[in-house]
Write a protein that binds this ligand. Structure first.
Ligand SMILES: Nc1ncnc2c1ncn2[C@@H]1O[C@H](COP(=O)(O)OP(=O)(O)OP(=O)(O)O)[C@@H](O)[C@H]1O
Ligand SMILES: [Mg+2]
Length: 384
């Protein structure tokens, strides 16, 4: 399943978003245009649906409360809305629709509560809250049915879909120092700290198969790398990755992940996540610290991976190289355009000028990214 449509109202720097999403979707825009905020919608749904330590109250609290989430541009309308459609593939009618509205108590504890929660399976509405029980006991509206196993049995598929959303923003320092910040894994592993643990939890056969595919790509990206292996520290049992490099003396031995380069670590995390499961994958600026030649191969790699597994990938990016592939369709790119009333989200193919240029053979990188650039670089002169 994929998220085929997203609608939000008053979510952070967006007053209103209404877009179709495809299996591979790139999100581009200037700094602070809202790329991370847009990805956060899906992390928010995951946090609500999470079986362990999840739920609406926690998801809101972790984000600093409704006042942080609600768009500053919202003014009079206090309601935040998120609606997603889930379909087998892009362009197909939705199998499921899930929609919720949120607000906070005007007085007292200012607790977040649902203004509504609705679920449809195909055209049939399965849930329409507030229902009579909610009306006689309004405290019930502080929890979604999505987070309650007793209440979501008819639409468990949706809960499961959200629970398995993966967010990848691999910051190599945190992976390197996984030992020293032991035990403290922030969120569900946004920063790669739990990456080695995830590797460790995979069955040996699958791990070997994936690592061998990753090794092939790594060998191209890191020419001196010869071999990549999973090991455990004999003393502590902690999982590690180690690599053998050809440019060192033959007996120099293996190097552990704390000695890998930033790019090697990021590429490793990225490739593993792409091979890992069938759920929605959110990739935050995967181009960071990688050579443009490697970055240029990412979009086709994602497409290739999607031929065998229907995994939707949403990618935020600033990179020309990532978007240089001829095969990227204008419908696969969301352009974030900041304005006074919040950021507008447009499908690149729906902008007439962009479509015309793409049809005449320009790549998305050439046509769309220049539109995200700041108008002038004059501010830099202040430093002279
Ligand atoms: N509740 C809110 N209302 C309005 N704007 C908000 C709200 N919460 C965050 N923002 C704004 O969103 C912007 C940050 O957006 P975000 O981090 O998603 O940008 P980005 O496109 O990922 O940028 P970068 O490319 O630098 O990572 C900030 O300018 C912040 O002021
Ligand atoms: Mg960002």
């Amino acid at each position: 399943m994929i998220v085929s449509h997203l609608h939000v109202k008053n979510w952070r720097n967006f007053q209103r978003v209404d877009v179709e999403l495809r299996e591979r979707q790139f999100i581009v825009g200037a700094n602070a245009s809202g790329k991370s905020n847009l990805l956060d919608v899906f992390r928010f749904l995951r946090d609500i649906a999470k079986t362990e330590g999840g739920g609406l109250q926690k998801a809101v609290k972790d984000r600093g409360g409704i006042s942080k989430i609600r768009s500053l541009a919202a003014r009079r309308d206090p309601e935040i809305v998120i609606e997603v459609h889930l379909a087998e593939a892009s362009g197909q009618p939705p199998l499921w629709r899930y929609s919720l509205g949120l607000q906070q108590e005007i007085r007292g504890y200012r607790q977040p509560y649902l203004t509504y929660e609705r679920v449809w399976k195909g055209n049939k509405q399965l849930l329409d809250r507030p229902d009579d029980k909610d009306k006689s006991d309004p405290d019930r509206l502080t929890q979604t049915f999505l987070e309650q196993i007793n209440a979501n049995s008819e639409f468990r598929d949706i809960a499961h879909f959200f629970q398995t959303v993966t967010y990848l923003h691999l910051v190599p320092q945190l992976l390197r120092f996984a030992d020293s910040i032991q035990g403290r894994i922030i969120e569900d592993d946004p920063f790669g700290q739990g990456f080695l643990e995830r590797l460790a939890k995979t069955t040996e056969k699958t791990r070997r198969a994936r690592l061998s595919r990753i090794e092939q790509v790594l060998k191209i990206a890191v020419p001196q790398l010869e071999q990549l292996e999973f090991t455990r520290d004999p003393a502590t049992g902690r999982p590690h990755l180690q690599a053998l490099y050809s440019h060192w003396r033959p007996n120099a031995g293996w190097q552990k992940e704390d000695q890998f380069s930033d790019g090697t670590l990021r590429l490793l995390g990225l490739l593993w996540s792409l091979l890992e499961s069938d759920s929605l994958l959110l990739l935050e600026e995967p181009e960071l610290s990688l050579n443009a030649g490697i970055v240029a191969q990412m979009a086709p790699f994602i497409a290739k991976m999607q031929r065998t597994r229907r995994r939707q990938v949403l990618v935020s990016s600033h990179s020309d190289a990532l978007l240089s592939e001829q095969g990227i369709d204008g419908r696969e790119v969301l352009l974030l355009i900041p304005g006074k009333e919040g950021t507008e989200v447009k499908v690149a193919a729906e902008i007439a000028e962009v479509r015309a240029l793409l049809e005449s053979g320009f790549t998305v990188g050439e046509v769309v990214l220049p539109r995200t650039r700041p108008n002038s670089n004059q501010q830099w002169n202040l430093f002279e």
